[in-house]
Write a protein that binds this ligand. Structure first.
Ligand code: FBP
Length: 552
């Protein structure tokens, strides 16, 4: 197989581990804290997770682990959207298992959770693992968005795990996939099985985090990839001085990616959905903010700029949020009936009697191609697929219209020309940064340690991440601790709570303190490409979000 020069060089990279995982595996012991509570809905969750609710926080310490050399069979799943570093989680898990006992085996469950349901596996041996070390992508075993939901699917998962003789299943996924991991751990216990389930926090979106999960893996690499591209756009527009670039950035609901990219590149405008919701901003007000910047910059002779738009923005604009939630519920409650309607005009006619009149009027007022995007298939978790809604085009069109009106009133004298971009898939499979390579390898190795120590229903955790890797602290967080009950797909469900951008937090405040200046002046930063070889100050640096959060 032909490989790139960089891939060859990256094979040789040795990921760094926290000190607690550097001991011989028989010396990795665990210190357990106090029982924990879920973030909300404790009584309901205690009933749902009868066997696994409220376990203590686990921290690895130097000690004795008599069971470390036990021969183990483990299955691993990559679940949901790709995130740089997934291959290293698997490599860390594999190396841990082999250090424990050379006969231990790792099975890849192919194509996401359905690999477990359908017993579709691939044995992972040295040669395969070595081919994927420190590379991006999830192609080693593939990924998928299926859920283990029905009784039959849970039973089939247990059957596969038993057939393969698995001691544990490791689920590498985001909030929804780790919710599934928590349910699976509970199901296995309920059926009297000792098969353990461990999760690893993945998602470029950065929304799976709390005190113990400081960041999800992939966020660092994805943000640096997008920031390089945005910085390049900033420099291009500062050279040509003729375009306003509207850039939509992936991240589903939360705006962590947009905020991090704004801190790295200092664009003229960046919206943070969580602030839009808190301030009840309307679409008109959002368009007004962009026009204000365009007008003021034009007065300085600067007919160019860059606007960052988080992917999930539409879901946070109150009137749009109401529309989406009504659409989700109406479609979920009448799935088959809605699916049978062909053609946008007939869908609209059907919706007229199934959603509120105000929401219907908004839907109808949108350009048809955008309105249709609101009606596309929901994902398996019942969410609208925000990556498929062209918010950047919607805003670009509305800004052009408003500027034309201002021109007529002589309130705008500039020249306006715009371009739209969507940066999402470009960043999900990049070669992981040194940070993500190290972090992922540590998460995988930590997952092995949690298994060998007999724990189940935990998420592998590595903390203190703004320090050098040897100072990182590894352990496990009980999955039920992060859960609450939410309204999903028309029903109340136990789910891991998404961590949205905290508008009282340090990263947002740093952005808010600077943005008025950025809106009018040209303050662009050009972060350049990710560096894999060179001084640690350049190569091992992490995100501004993490550093600001940790007071660095
Ligand atoms: P995960 O939450 O599964 O990590 O996925 C993240 C994400 O990249 C979102 O940012 C985006 O909205 C979505 O996946 C796109 O989904 P798909 O890969 O199905 O197009």
């Amino acid at each position: 197989m032909e490989i790139s020069v960089l891939q060859k060089e990256r094979y040789a990279y040795k990921p760094k581990l926290p000190e607690s995982l550097l001991h011989s595996v028989s010396e990795i012991a665990v210190e357990l804290g106090q029982p924990t509570e879920s973030v909300a809905n404790q009584d309901e969750l205690r009933k749902i997770f009868k066997h696994s609710y409220g376990k203590p926080i686990a921290a690895f310490v130097k000690g004795k682990n008599e069971a470390a050399s036990r021969e183990l069979k483990v299955g691993v799943i990559l679940s949901g959207g790709q995130a740089p570093g997934g291959h290293n989680v698997i490599a860390g898990l594999f190396d841990g298992l082999k250090k424990g006992n050379a006969n231990s085996q790792l099975y890849g469950l192919k194509g996401g959770p359905k690999g477990l349901i359908e017993n579709d596996t691939i044995p992972l041996k040295d040669a395969i693992i070595d081919e994927y070390r420190n590379t991006g992508g999830f192609d080693i075993i593939g990924s998928g968005r299926d859920k283990i939901e029905t009784d039959e699917q849970f039973a089939a998962s247990l059957e596969t795990a038993k057939k393969l003789g698995l001691n544990a299943v490791v689920v590498i996924g985001g909030d929804d996939s780790n919710t599934n991991a928590a349910l699976l751990a509970e199901y296995f216990l309920d059926k009297g099985s000792d098969i353990q389930v461990i999760g690893c926090p993945k998602t470029i979106d950065g929304d799976l985090k709390n005190e113990y999960i400081e960041t999800s893996f992939g966020f660092d690499t994805a943000c640096k990839t997008y920031s390089e591209l945005i910085g390049n756009l900033c420099r291009d527009t500062n050279s040509a001085k003729k375009y306003w670039h509207f850039v939509k950035l992936m991240g589903r609901s939360a705006s962590h990616i947009a905020l991090e990219c704004a801190l790295q590149t200092q664009p003229n405008i960046c919206f943070v959905s969580e602030e839009v919701e808190a301030k009840h901003l309307s679409v008109e007000q959002i368009v007004g903010q962009i026009c204000d910047s365009v007008v003021k910059r034009a007065e300085r002779g600067h007919d160019f700029g860059v606007v960052l738009i988080p992917e999930g923005l539409v879901e946070f604009i109150p009137e749009m949020k109401k529309l989406i939630s009504e659409l989700n519920d109406a479609i979920a409650a009448n799935e088959a009936q809605f699916a049978a309607i062909s053609g946008f005009a007939d869908q609209l006619a059907w919706l007229k009697s199934h959603i509120d009149a105000a929401s219907y009027n908004i839907l109808q007022s949108l350009p048809a191609e955008i309105a249709q995007q609101f009606l596309m298939d929901r994902d398996p978790h019942g969410n609208v697929q925000v990556s498929r809604i062209d918010t950047e085009k919607l805003l670009e069109g509305m800004v052009a219209k408003k500027l034309a009106e201002l021109k007529k009133k002589n309130a705008y004298k500039g020249k306006y020309s715009s371009l739209t971009h969507f940066f999402g898939y470009e960043g999900r499979c990049a070669f992981p940064t040194n940070f993500d390579s190290d972090y992922c390898y540590s998460l995988g190795f930590g997952a092995f340690a949690l298994i060998s120590l007999g724990l189940t229903g935990y998420l592998s955790s590595v903390r203190n991440l703004s320090e050098p890797a040897n100072k990182w602290k590894a352990g496990g967080v009980p999955l039920t601790m992060m859960m609450n009950i939410e309204h999903r797909h028309g029903k109340e469900k136990p789910v891991i709570r998404k961590a949205l951008v905290d508008i009282e937090g340090k990263p947002f405040k740093a952005f808010a303190a600077a943005r008025e200046k950025w809106a009018v002046e040209t303050c662009f930063l050009y972060p350049g490409a990710i560096q894999y070889f060179g001084p640690p100050s350049v190569c091992d640096d992490t995100t501004k979000t993490l550093k600001l959060e940790q007071g660095k």
